[in-house]
Structure formats: C-alpha cells, structure tokens
Design a protein around this ligand. Structure first.
Ligand SMILES: Cc1cc2nc3c(=O)[nH]c(=O)nc-3n(C[C@H](O)[C@H](O)[C@H](O)COP(=O)(O)OP(=O)(O)OC[C@H]3O[C@@H](n4cnc5c(N)ncnc54)[C@H](O)[C@@H]3O)c2cc1C
Length: 397
C-alpha cells in the first residue's frame, strides 16, 4: 500500500489548491472525494462565484482578495481558458456613501480609494444611464469597481484537479473518508466507506460541509447553513450583459441579495442571498430545496430592484450549504492534540475567491509553519454568542 506524505480529504477549492501546493513541494500527495469531482453537492460546484475585493472595513480580507485577483488573471493565461470573467462589481447602497457612514459599501469604497484602486461612484442618475435594469429610485448611492467579477467555480475545480494530477497527485474519486485512523494521538491514515484503507503521515481535512462530522471536536465551532440560489431566464437578455450589467450586490449587508450578469453558456441570470438562513443538520442527506418563502422574497426583491426580471421564469433552484464558523472566518490549523491532523475549511460563504492563496496557506500550516495570513484562522475557542464578522453578510434578525 502506498504511503502518502499528505492525504487530503475533499477536492473542493480548499482541498485541490492544497494538493497543488504540496505537489509543487515534491511530497507524495493523495486526495480522495466521494462520487465525481467536482461533486454535485460541493459548495465549490456552481456555475459562478463572485470575485470581489470589497470587504468593508476588513483590510486583511481586502488585501488577500486583491492578491488573489492577480492570480485569477494568471490562471486564465496558464490554463488558456476564461475561468475568471472580469465584469466588474456594482455595489448599491440604500444610504449615501458619506465619509461618516459606517455602511459596508461606504467602508469598502473609502478603503479602495485608500489602497489606490479606482472605484467609480454611481449616483442614481448614473445608475439609470449605465445600469438600466436596476431601479435607480431605490438606491441612494453606490459604486462600480472594474476590478472584480466572477469565476466559473465548478470548472475551476475540474481544471485544478487535472493540474494537480499533472503535478503528481493521486486523485481517488468514489472514496468517502469514514474514519481517520489515529493511534497514540498520531494520524496513520484513513478508512473509507467504500472499504479502502489509505496510509498517510498527515491527513488534511478539506471536506466542506462534512468537516465537523469527520472531526467532531469542531462541532461546537462550525454550523452548516443552507442558502437559496435561483436561475432565471431573462425575457430581455440584452439588459443583463456588460457594460449595462455586472456582478452586483444590492445593499447586501441589509438584504443579502446579489447576482450575476447573463451567464455566457447557461444564458441565465443567477440571483442568490448571502444571509444567515437555516441550519442544515444533515448536509449529506438534506434535500437542499428552496422554500416557498424564499421564492416570495426573491419575487419581492426583483419587483422592487430589477423589475425586468420579476415575472421571468425561474428555471432552477438550489439550497447551497455554507460551512460556517461561528465568527465567519476560515479554519486553517493543525489539531491541537492529534499529530498529523490538519483542517482546511470553514469557508463561511465567502471562501472561493481566496482559492489562489488558500492552498499555500493550508500547505504551509500542515508542514508546521505559518503563512502571512494564517494567524486569524488558527484553532480557536469561540464563544457560542459570537456573531459572524464577515461584513457583507446579511445578519437577519
Ligand atoms: C450558495 C453559495 C454561494 C457562494 N458564493 C460565493 C461567492 O460568490 N464567492 C466566494 O468567494 N465564495 C462563495 N461561496 C463560498 C465558497 O463556495 C466556499 O467557501 C468554498 O467553495 C468552500 O470550499 P471547500 O473546499 O471548503 O468545500 P467544498 O467545495 O464543499 O469541497 C469539499 C469536498 O469534500 C468532499 N467530501 C465531503 N465529505 C467527504 C468525505 N467524507 N471524504 C472525502 N471527501 C469528502 C465533497 O464531496 C467536496 O468535494 C458560496 C457558497 C455557497 C454555498
């Protein structure tokens, strides 16, 4: 039986980027995943995820996201495939972006200026001219930032998996980790539900929603929450393409609503909600459907904000599950007591954009080192009363 230096459990964006980094360092790397990669239920598997620098007052996330955007562009070149679409990002605000304002949009705007970016202020009269599908009467202010857009996230995972294989990783599809074998507080390998045994000096758990089930010590700090996603076929597709439409967030920290321009292949407009939503106790078996009340809320939002979409057909819905940490920050660290066990998870609904730096961070920590951004994501004892700190998130009452 092959002995791996590192066995990674889960080939979403956290796991596959980690595999790539460890292969570059010439380790023997194995990665296992149930079913196929990308897995249909994985958080990373989708037609699009937002790539944005805007993080309100949180300059560390802004710096990370800015560094990632450079790499997303490079990956388009490296893989000769347009996985990252730089459509720009429109942030709409219900309140003016005064210097005194503490809104997510105002903080993001002034931090962008401070860091030398060039966000363009969009007042209601500009909104009417530049983005005619949006109801300009509803938003008092906003800005458009040409740096940002979306990635075709399922295709990103597929492409990175092929790259990991080229770099030497052994990728096992159809293998579900069931038990991490631990002897005397030291990891020895993994047994799978399908009956295989893998030997490894170190195991890295990047199993998304299933992470706290594989490492029960994490259960007090992680919660799986399900969020509605909708695909709509626009009756007037010309209204939803660049430059008249872009990735947008509609006063997101107060409503949760965000969306994408017309998808170049699927020909749909995707709208979703970045809120607290509902806890999913059994993510493996949950039906992951959206509820009537989600559809009612969507229709109300569209009627008010994007009237041209309000009566158009919803052709696909999905409840997609975040692996939330209680504070909304990622979880990247070695287990405090079990040697050879590392966690790379806790995406908390905003992790995909950070893919280009997640792998190097998880790999550095698994090797026993640190990364310039790893200290925030260490193993921590979070009080159950703490609130999610990611500032774009709509914290429903
Ligand atoms: C609706 C929605 C919208 C989002 N939008 C954005 C966005 O716009 N921008 C952004 O930056 N982020 C966004 N996110 C967050 C982002 O998608 C996640 O942070 C990121 O994809 C998490 O990646 P992951 O690798 O941790 O998990 P996953 O992608 O879920 O990967 C985990 C992998 O582990 C596998 N696995 C599970 N159990 C086992 C096991 N027992 N053994 C082995 N493997 C196992 C799974 O099959 C899966 O392939 C969104 C998330 C959701 C749900």
């Amino acid at each position: 039986m092959k002995q791996y230096d590192f066995l990674i459990l889960g080939a979403g964006i956290f796991g596959i980027t980690t595999a790539i980094e460890l292969c570059k360092k010439k380790y023997a790397v194995g990665i296992i995943n149930p079913g196929t990669i990308p897995h249909p239920l994985a958080e990373s598997t989708d037609i699009s995820k937002i790539i944005r620098i805007e993080y309100g007052t949180d300059e560390e996330y802004m710096d990370m996201a800015a560094e990632c955007i450079t790499i997303w562009r490079e990956w388009n070149e490296l893989f000769r495939d347009k996985l990252y679409h730089e459509t720009g990002f429109l942030l709409l605000s219900n309140t003016p972006l005064d210097t005194e304002s503490k809104s997510f949009e105002a903080s993001s705007y002034y931090n962008l200026l401070k860091k030398g970016f060039h966000p363009e202020r969009v007042k209601p009269e500009d909104l009417a001219k530049r983005f005619p599908a949006i109801n300009h009467h509803l938003y008092a202010d906003g800005f458009y930032h040409a740096v940002g857009g979306y990635v075709e996230s399922g295709r990103v995972v597929e492409t990175l998996t092929k790259y990991a294989i080229r770099l030497g990783a052994d990728v096992y599809e159809g293998q579900t980790a069931e038990e991490i074998i631990i002897t005397n507080f030291k990891v020895e390998g993994v047994k799978t539900r399908e009956g295989k045994k893998f030997s490894a000096g170190q195991v890295i758990v990047c199993a998304g929603n299933l992470t706290p089930f594989l490492v029960p010590d994490l259960r007090p700090y992680m919660k799986i929450t399900g969020h509605p996603v909708f695909h709509i076929i626009p009756g007037r597709p010309e209204l939803f393409t660049k430059p008249g439409f872009s990735v947008f967030a509609a006063d997101i920290s107060n409503t949760g609503w965000y969306g994408f321009p017309l998808h170049p292949k699927e020909k749909i407009v995707k709208i979703a909600n970045h809120g607290i939503s509902v806890e999913i106790k059994d993510p493996e078996h949950d039906e992951r459907v959206v509820y009537e009340k989600d559809i009612d809320r969507l229709r109300k939002f569209l009627k008010e904000s994007i009237p041209a979409l309000a009566s158009d057909p919803i052709v696909y819905t999905r409840r997609c599950c975040y692996t939330d940490t209680l504070d909304g920050h990622f979880w990247i660290d070695n287990h405090p007591e079990i040697r050879g066990l590392t966690i790379g998870s806790g995406g908390s609904g905003h992790g995909f954009k950070m893919g280009p730096v997640l792998g190097e961070m998880i790999a550095a920590v698994a090797e026993g080192g640190t990364h310039k951004w790893s200290s925030r994501y260490r193993w921590r004892h979070i009080d159950g009363k703490i609130k999610i700190q990611e500032e774009a998130r709509f914290k429903e009452k």
